[in-house]
Design a protein around this ligand. Sequence first.
Ligand code: PLP
Length: 388
Amino acid sequence: MSNDKQMGFATRAIHDGQAADPQTGAVNVPLYLSSTFEFEEIGVNKGYEYSRLGNPTRTALESCLASLESGRTAHVFGSGMAAIAALCTMMKTGDHVVCGENVYGGTIRLFDKILTGYGIEFTYVDTGDAENVARALRPNTKLVHIETPTNPMMTVTDIRAVADVCHAKGVDVSVDNTFMSPYFQRPLELGADIVMHSTTKFLNGHSDGLGGVLICNREDLADRFRYVQKSTGGILSPFECWLLLRGVKTLALRMRQHDANGRAVAEFLAGHKQVQQVNYPGLKNHPQHALAARQMSGFGSMMSMELGTRERANEFLRSVKLCTLAESLGGVETLVSHPATMTHLDMAREARERLGVTDGLVRISVGLEDTDDLLADLNQALECLKSS
Ligand SMILES: *Cc1c(COP(=O)(O)O)cnc(C)c1O
């Protein structure tokens, strides 16, 4: 396409990397189930040799995802955790990493239980204040890894402020952008060096495939991630790439409806007598509402609410009929979960409660059902708490 002006997000989600197949005219990128590719003679092939190194379905997906995050390259892996593990191969023994204290539990498990064994050090801070990050930097700090908004308290970090503090000391910044998707937040545009996603969530959007991605603008980082794909092999299979491409085509449409439903549900819950607190950056009383409104172009559909006790949380979770009690997020269906016993089970009670992850906290990933049906289900489940 020879256009000077960049096309819009929805257009790029549908078309970038996905030209009609030159051989057959197929409108969709075919699923290339081939482990190996023919050479015409020594050193001459059509750009592919072996599917761990590259596969045409994966190439299409990677160029589309890079475009959506305003990056130059994307590298996909078998899961979000595999992408973070690949990111960590930037580190050597003796390096130091500063990480948000409330990032995805699996990230902290990888850092503390596996990577410390290789002599890499980690410091956890509340990245909601960039000063905390500045104070934690050391001469051997290599990377600052943040997640915004956080799970499940929805605390927002100022990506540009953190990037400024880090770049002044030559430290790279990676952002886990899983909760917002590139439709609402593009960290590379705000100064981050690397964007990471669990594509399992909003990018796939249909709860039917795992995946992870690293996106960047720098050639040195891109070379590294390509080399890690080739050398450690944790790549995304062609079939999962194909599913993800299919999901991403409707990302813009889905995110707009996730956001509309998210706002409606948050406001409904905030006004309900049985709910003590709602954590959602789109609510005016969220402590970082102004920053969220500046940094993101929507508020998405992730939120949590405080119901007071474990018994009341359980009563609510048992009473929902349309919403499903399950881990994960970002799919078309509304999922409710209990962070204290699910995503944050590994955490010591004291640390967990300091973050606000109490026994009475319920997380909601608002899906794409009709808003009225969702509100009716949440209402009937909350009404069940009257007696408890
Ligand atoms: C799910 C998730 C991950 C891990 O991704 P997997 O695809 O499950 O490996 C990382 N970060 C965030 C924010 C997540 O929600």
